[in-house]
Design a protein around this ligand. Structure first.
Ligand SMILES: Cc1cc2nc3c(=O)[nH]c(=O)nc-3n(C[C@H](O)[C@H](O)[C@H](O)COP(=O)(O)OP(=O)(O)OC[C@H]3O[C@@H](n4cnc5c(N)ncnc54)[C@H](O)[C@@H]3O)c2cc1C
Length: 355
């Protein structure tokens, strides 16, 4: 019998599978490989909030756990997936420069924000009011990470398919799905959770993000630019640019409005030629209280959820997966902020409108 069936293989499914692998537990991953936020994300790992100059919730704690995990993945699979790159935060006013100087002295932020801001121009970027550098951050090549992991699995550990909820049999001590038995099932479906009959009572809101991939030969590959949008290097002369943030539209389709918004931001930021090579969109799994969703179903002890990674899956998923693993195997309590029992009343009132 397997330890877990994992439904969904984005960052949540990957990190939970990694936990199991490192504890020598067997699993089956079932994934449609469609509608994946992870496979469309920029992959930026950043514990700071560069709009408001604050540290993200538990940002430093998540980063401290995440970095060694990505490094040990690289060592195990002999490949590079994490690229340490500074984020250059471009300023558009003297006020932004002042806010930066103040924030860079604050506890929690000073290990990331360089107190000395620059007034020179960056290759291909408009000078405006200069920029400040964020250190100890970088970009995870998520597609390479996921593909590398999948390639090394045995054939009985992965199944490319849409999960059929009606085929799951729930017993007291195990679950079974189309002939596969496991002690637990862990749903890591991102925004797909909305279709899940056991966990769709949870207040997953979803925030659509549109982005571009551009070719620009004059931009540097050695840094991530932030100024209205992120510009992140992906491969030689190619950059990821985005993203929009829209809570009203839950479709995965791209829009003219999204395109124009990104282009208008790019126009104020760069002064070099570029060519659009791709326009994409996907839904981020965001939650009403902006905290992750971890835990088990109120009525079924062997049904678990790992979701709500929001805008920071790269940073948070490693430590969250460890909390979930210890919760499942050792009954160690989950931190209140992430435990889904904070929404138990939603389960008791399934008809309540909460989004
Ligand atoms: C445009 C954009 C940019 C982003 N940029 C960043 C960034 O720079 N840094 C960062 O940290 N985060 C970023 N994010 C957020 C990040 O993508 C998410 O936090 C994270 O990827 C969510 O991972 P997940 O595994 O929960 O969901 P997903 O990545 O969406 O994975 C869910 C998987 O489950 C599968 N699935 C769902 N339902 C079923 C089913 N019934 N049967 C089988 N399979 C199913 C889907 O096919 C998918 O593969 C960005 C998101 C977007 C949209």
């Amino acid at each position: 019998m397997k330890h877990s069936i994992i439904v969904g293989f984005g960052l949540a499914g990957f990190h939970y599978a990694q936990q199991l692998k490192s504890h020598n537990k067997d699993f089956l991953i079932i994934d449609t490989s469609q509608n994946s936020a992870s496979r469309n994300a920029a992959g930026i790992c950043n514990p700071t909030v560069l709009k408001r100059y604050t540290i993200a919730w538990k940002g430093a704690e998540f980063l401290k756990y995440a970095m060694p995990k990505y490094q040990s993945f690289e060592a195990d699979f002999k490949t590079q997936v994490f690229h340490s790159l500074p984020i250059q935060r471009c300023f558009f006013s003297a006020g932004e420069q002042n806010s930066w100087s103040v924030a860079s002295q604050e506890d929690g932020l000073k290990e990331f924000l360089d107190p000395i801001f620059q007034t020179n121009s960056l290759e291909g970027i408009k000078r405006n009011f200069g920029y400040g550098s964020v250190h100890n951050v970088g970009r995870l090549a998520i597609n390479e990470l996921l593909e590398t992991f999948l390639t090394h699995l045995n054939t009985d550990q992965k199944l490319e398919s849409t999960f059929d909820y009606t085929a799951l049999k729930i017993h007291d001590d195990k679950v079974s799905y189309k002939g596969v038995e496991a002690k637990n099932i862990v749903f890591c479906e991102g925004y797909g959770l909305k279709e899940n009959p056991w966990f769709n009572y949870l207040p997953l809101i979803g925030s659509k993000g549109e982005y571009l991939k551009i070719k620009a030969t004059e931009l540097s590959q050695e840094q991530i630019i932030k100024g209205g949008v992120f510009i992140s290097p992906i491969e030689k002369d190619n950059f990821w640019v985005g993203a929009t943030f829209n809570r009203d539209d839950k479709s995965n389709s791209t829009s003219e409005k999204g395109l124009q918004w990104i282009l208008s931001k790019l126009e104020t930021l760069i002064d070099c030629p570029f060519e659009i090579v791709h326009h994409g969109a996907q839904i981020r799994p965001t939650v009403s209280d902006r905290r992750p969703l971890l835990g088990n179903h109120p009525l079924h002890n062997n049904l678990y959820v790992f979701n709500g990674l929001g805008t920071r899956g790269v940073l948070m998923a490693p430590l969250l997966s460890s909390w979930l693993y210890e919760f499942i195997d050792f009954k160690k309590e989950l931190p209140d902020a992430v435990a889904i029992n904070r929404f138990e009343t939603y389960f008791c009132n399934p008809k309540k409108t909460y989004v």
